[in-house]
Write a protein that binds this ligand. Structure first.
Ligand code: F3S
Length: 439
């Protein structure tokens, strides 16, 4: 039996597509092995979001070639899309698969056998078709990502994605639902709806909005929780947020991509909202949901970010009190407007700013979790682990707070209620099952 090893770089959408391609390999009789093993075929689903991501993508391709010089090496995804024919000259790579070509993997393998055709990359700027890829299983046992949208029309100054992924394309509701049903039949209870720019879902369709998708997924038997990928404040109108609040299965966990808490910086980034709109959006969510977990991405050291601008971001973040913040140091990407901007910020300043925000993130996160002490929460159990000589069952609440319960009985994929009693040294909430769930 031939073996295939796959590796995914970059975002959740890329991981989803890698899993979908893994299923194509399996359907064609390949055994999937880990990337560290010697395989007959290696597929690297690359990322190109920063110059560093390009470098990592190249490194992984070379690593695969080194592991088995005879193997067939396939490079797929955003770096392939960006680097194009240049990558063809690299002896580490045999086949190049750009975006919106991944679903053709079986045909591509066949054509390689027949004619050694190697180049499957087309101009994404004119692509209007959503590429249907799907998966029925995923690495975790309980939570499955479901891609519902591709492409982005926003053109933020630091981002290459609109060029690598092309314009907004939405997946049809019927395709989304058949994937969600298949996942649910395989036991997945939590669906995470994701995309490159989820807010844009439906703008290229007639009569189907993101809210329609959420409601329809909530009606699928067996799905008990829905989470949403990253959103921006502009979509959070009164109508939308009230609509969300009516969907009981929707988890009160919202990832709102902020990037900066300073209006001047947001403007230079070409983000399409200001801090006032962002604040209003958080308030709206807080008024419609009971203590929702608000999480965000923040970028420090964007070109021209002065101490005063950073101070504004810091004070805005203190005001909002996110449950969690993913803090990134701005990293240059060739071909973007930000890369050509003057006043690039030195690395040590970015590091200092990032450390300040990470500290704030930890404090806010701790405060948010402390509020759950003494409460009874619903937890979807995901895995077991042994800590300090004891077996623990671990899962997440609807707000995406991790909770551990001491129990020898495997509980994976069970929805239980837990009385939260204490917080461990590493900040994890620990508790006991309620009487009803002990049975
Ligand atoms: Fe990277 Fe492409 Fe995702 S550039 S972050 S893999 S959309």
């Amino acid at each position: 039996m031939k073996t295939a090893a796959l590796h995914s770089l970059g975002c959740k959408v890329n991981s989803y597509e890698t899993e979908a391609m893994q299923e194509i390999f399996t359907e064609h009789g390949y055994e999937i092995v880990s990337f560290e093993e010697r395989a007959d075929v290696y597929l690297i689903n690359t990322c190109s979001v920063t110059n560093m991501a390009d470098r990592k993508s190249r490194q992984m391709l070379h690593r695969a070639r080194k592991q088995n010089p005879e193997a067939l090496i396939i490079a797929a995804g955003c770096y392939v899309q960006a680097a194009g024919e240049e990558l063809l000259k690299d002896p580490a790579v045999d086949i190049l698969i750009g975006n919106n070509e991944k679903a053709g993997l079986s045909k591509i393998l066949r054509e390689w056998e027949e004619s050694r055709r190697a180049f499957y990359v087309h101009d994404m700027s004119h692509e209007r078709q959503y590429e249907e890829l799907n998966h029925s299983r995923t690495a975790g046992h309980t939570r499955a990502f479901v891609k519902i949208q591709d492409g982005c029309d926003q053109f933020c100054a630091y981002c290459i994605i609109p060029y690598t992924r092309g314009r907004v394309r939405s997946r049809s509701l019927s395709d989304i639902l058949s994937e969600v049903k298949a996942l649910s039949e395989n036991g997945y209870q939590e669906a995470v709806l994701t995309g490159i720019h989820l807010d844009s879902y439906g703008t290229d369709l007639e009569g189907c909005s993101l809210l329609d998708v959420i409601r329809a997924v909530a009606d699928v038997d067996g799905i008990r929780r829905i989470r949403l990928g990253s959103l921006e404040p502009r979509i959070m109108t009164d109508e939308f947020v009230h609509g969300l609040a009516e969907v009981e299965k929707l988890c009160p966990h919202f990832h709102l991509s902020l990037q900066s808490g300073c209006d001047a910086t947001l403007k230079r980034m070409n983000r399409k909202y200001d801090t006032q709109q962002f604040y209003a959006c958080c308030e709206r969510l807080r008024s419609c949901f009971d203590s929702p977990a608000l999480t965000t991405d923040v970028m420090v050291g964007f070109p021209g970010e002065t101490e005063e601008e950073f101070a504004q971001t810091l004070s805005f973040l203190k005001e909002i009190r996110f449950y969690e913040m993913h803090v990134f140091k701005y990293s240059r990407r060739k071909g973007t407007r930000a890369d050509r901007m003057e006043q690039q910020i030195p690395e040590q300043i970015k590091t200092r700013r990032s450390e300040i925000l990470l500290k704030l993130s930890e404090e806010n996160s701790l405060r948010y979790r402390e509020r759950l002490l003494g409460k009874t929460v619903e937890v979807l159990m995901e895995e077991a682990c042994i800590l300090h000589g004891r077996t623990w069952q671990i899962g997440h609440t609807r707000e995406y707070v991790k909770v551990a319960v001491p129990s020898e009985t495997p509980l994976t994929n069970r929805m239980v209620r837990v009385n939260v009693e204490q917080m461990s040294e590493n900040g994890m909430l620990c508790g006991v099952l309620t009487n009803a769930d002990r049975k």
